[in-house]
Design a protein around this ligand. Sequence first.
Ligand code: SF4
Length: 188
Amino acid sequence: MSEDEARRAADLIERIGRLIQAEEQKSPLNPAQWEALRYLEKANRFSRTPAALAEYLGSTRGTVSQTLIALEKKGCVERRQSTRDRRSVDMTLTDAGRAQLAEDPLREFAAHIAATGTDGTLEEALSAVLHEAILQNRSKSFGICATCRFFRRDERAGDRTMPHRCALLDVPLSDDDSGRICAEQEPA
Ligand code: SF4
């Protein structure tokens, strides 16, 4: 791709982002609140902390704290003391938060993508762009367990509910865990 083509593609990504934000502004949540809800839906149980959310969004802890307080007031999330670190808290989605996600404006945008008939190359191209940006910014990858160098598939095959293991945190993992994003993930 030439430099001009890359620049035009970057303009398109920015324009699309602004259109999505405009739709989010018409909903009961603002863009930052939507981003937080989506993150909590995707993240594994070790990554649902305000600090991890701030890192994922490239935001400050103060800004993220305000977003989470607003979501708590709207009944979309709950705060619980972490069972792993007594100085930390875990954020969890409530039923109201999950119901809100069913109305996510991003779903409508996904329908627009599907309507174009584009194939999987769009997702692959955007994933490559994201990967490059993460590398250049030296950000955490927030990939899924199944692609992590610490993931040990079927190491505990005798346990049907938690057949896998995380070699970093030394905890059992379920099939559901293996498809979730993690703040500690390091690509294999
Ligand atoms: S295997 Fe990797 S991604 Fe999964 S919980 Fe452990 S550190 Fe996180």
